[in-house]
Ligand binder design. Structure first.
Ligand SMILES: *Cc1c(COP(=O)(O)O)cnc(C)c1O
Ligand code: SF4
Length: 335
């Protein structure tokens, strides 16, 4: 009995893990025993887009290594403050595609809901790092016009939950959302774009799995991991739980300088993904968002990497190398 109680007490709770995420750049730098000189620039760069790093993600970084590929994705640095004019606030034309509050429509048959502005990690290269989330719905009631629009358009077969990260929403919010979508018969698939199983694996708990499996619509989960070092420990366990529940699992990555811009890393990423039952879906060319110029890899280099991956990997492990170009009818294939 005593043992059971102990186990219950120690049950990880994702809300706590989220609340305890590191939000102070000095603390991140100290915890990883990095040079003091990184602190000033980090503080400055975090003013425009705050730092957020959960403990679980931190645990997968190497102490004392400023070029750790996981750290590079989340540590604000001085380069963020020197963005060329070609790097914009809204690089992919989200505002032009916003048909109603919280609803983006760019492609046939699919509608994308901005479910929240919150994320459990702040990726420095995020193409929505300047997105005006404050103008979008907070409560589910405010999304009703978006639901009505989806309901009226029978060509929409798939609703994509995006943000921010939809899984930062509470179970009860998601449950009401899922029920609302259940009432729209032509929506067959709900696609969940999330990084939480990677950065906050506690989120994949029994009630989340129940929500995903007990609806009429078919769930498709699109994860976001950029480096094989992300896909270990509690993250690998979380993906395992999604697999056991029979979820279709895909991954999208962003090609990032100093993180995954070499063929070995991309090859290992694909191999690690399939070990966990996840198919590589997209490799995105960086969207030119202000503050992220230092992450860009040239198109030529990206194409060479994909060519090399094609030689080394079975076809299904080669991600589609794409870019989002405003006004195009789909993501644009680059290789
Ligand atoms: C990327 C995106 C989609 C999904 O595109 P797929 O190629 O189907 O993955 C849908 N809607 C919007 C607004 C998007 O930006
Ligand atoms: S998880 Fe996605 S939406 Fe959130 S900061 Fe990272 S790239 Fe942006």
């Amino acid at each position: 009995m005593q043992h059971t109680e102990f186990a219950v007490l120690r049950q990880p709770n994702w809300r706590d893990s989220f609340a305890w995420a590191i939000r102070n750049s000095d603390e991140l730098i100290d915890r990883l025993q990095l040079p003091e000189s990184l602190k000033g620039p980090a503080r400055l760069a975090a003013e425009t887009f705050p730092l957020v790093v959960p403990e679980s993600f931190l645990a997968r970084m190497k102490t004392g290594d400023p070029s750790d590929p996981l750290l590079r994705q989340v540590l604000p640095i001085s380069h963020e403050l020197e963005s060329p004019a070609t790097y914009q606030i809204d690089p992919v034309g989200d505002q032009a595609a916003r048909v109603l509050p919280g609803l983006l429509q760019k492609y046939e048959g699919r509608a994308l809901l901005i479910t929240t502005g919150a994320c459990a990690v702040h990726c420095r290269y995020c193409f929505r790092r300047h997105y005006p989330y404050q103008d979008d719905p907070k409560g589910l009631e405010e999304l009703e016009p978006a639901f009505a629009q989806i309901e009226a358009d029978r060509t929409i077969r798939e609703v994509i939950l995006s943000g921010g990260d939809p899984l930062t929403r509470t179970d009860s919010w998601l449950s009401r959302l899922g029920e609302r979508i259940n009432r729209i018969p032509h929506v067959e698939v709900v696609r969940i774009h999330t990084r939480l199983p990677i950065v906050l694996p506690d989120r994949v708990d029994p009630s989340l799995i129940a929500w995903m499996t007990e609806s009429r619509w078919k769930p498709v989960v699109v994860l976001h991991a950029n480096h094989p070092n992300e896909l270990v420990d509690d993250c690998a366990d979380a993906i395992g739980r999604l697999r056991e529940a029979g979820m279709v699992l895909l991954n999208q990555a962003v090609l990032l300088r100093g993180v995954n811009d070499d063929v070995e890393t991309l090859e290992q990423l694909s191999r690690r993904l399939i070990q966990l039952g996840v198919l590589p879906y997209y490799l995105h060319q960086l969207d030119r968002v202000r503050g992220a110029a230092h992450f860009e890899v040239s198109l030529d280099q990206g194409r060479r990497l994909i060519e090399e991956l094609r030689k080394r990997l079975p076809g299904y492990l080669v991600p589609r190398f794409v870019q989002e170009i405003e006004g195009e009818p789909s993501k644009t294939p680059l290789a």
